[in-house]
Design a protein. Structure first.
Length: 223
């Protein structure tokens, strides 16, 4: 423990590394990308659970193949697409993957969760003349809240700590996200450990808070 406790390290981290603005950029990306990703993944998973078995098997197999493709293999074509659209040096490329549910894994997890619900429940929804969209929103989705909480926490952590995508697509320092700003802070003075560790704490605390909230959802569900 230091002889005297001080918040100087945090103040210098915010001033030197621009962590406050970077944190706001990261919050903006997370606030848009996380709900959108969970929404798309849950819709796709529900649709997959209601398809014919043969079609479902084909889509699941394709999703498993997509999961085996290294993310780095997609960097060049993705960069070419965003550059052609004029979206580089913006936050759009950081949010765009959410339009596809971020990862096929999320869709498969929702698919397994919706598939585990009793078939009689879906039959009752048909008897009540509920549309597929209303069945998903009013019946199926509330029953898989622990899955939603878990995937929300996972998506937030991955989005919040994403370093590679901002490094490739963002050049303006005012658009830096927190991982990029933290990296810049470490390069200013690698031996200034108090400032760098203060920045690390600032970057870590939000992920811990989201995980704690998700854990409360799990415990509430068990009760």
């Amino acid at each position: 423990m230091p002889d005297t406790l001080s918040t100087t390290g945090y103040q210098r981290a915010l001033d030197l590394g621009g962590l406050l603005r970077a944190s706001l950029n990261s919050v903006l990306v997370a606030v848009v990308a996380v709900p959108l990703s969970v929404l798309v993944a849950s819709l796709a998973g529900f649709a997959l659970a209601r398809l014919a078995p043969r079609t479902t098997a084909t889509v699941v197999a394709a999703s498993l193949v997509a999961l085996m493709v290294p993310a780095t293999a997609l960097l060049v074509p993705r960069f070419a697409i965003f550059r052609f659209l004029g979206l580089t040096d913006t936050l759009v490329p950081l949010i765009a993957p959410a339009l596809l549910g971020t990862s096929p894994l999320y869709v498969l997890v929702y698919y397994l969760a919706f598939r585990a619900l009793p078939a009689d429940l879906y039959d009752a929804c048909l008897v009540e003349d509920l549309s597929p969209l209303r069945t998903w929103w009013r019946v199926a989705l509330p029953l898989v809240r622990p899955v939603t909480a878990g995937l929300t926490a996972l998506t937030f952590v991955l989005t919040w700590s994403n370093f590679l995508d901002p490094l490739i697509y963002v050049y303006d320092r005012d658009l830096f996200t927190l991982p990029l700003a933290l990296r810049s802070l470490s390069l200013l003075d690698p031996t200034n450990f108090p400032v760098f560790l203060a920045g690390a704490v600032i970057a870590t605390v939000p992920a811990l808070v989201v995980f704690a909230l998700a854990q409360r959802r799990f415990l509430h569900h068990d009760d």
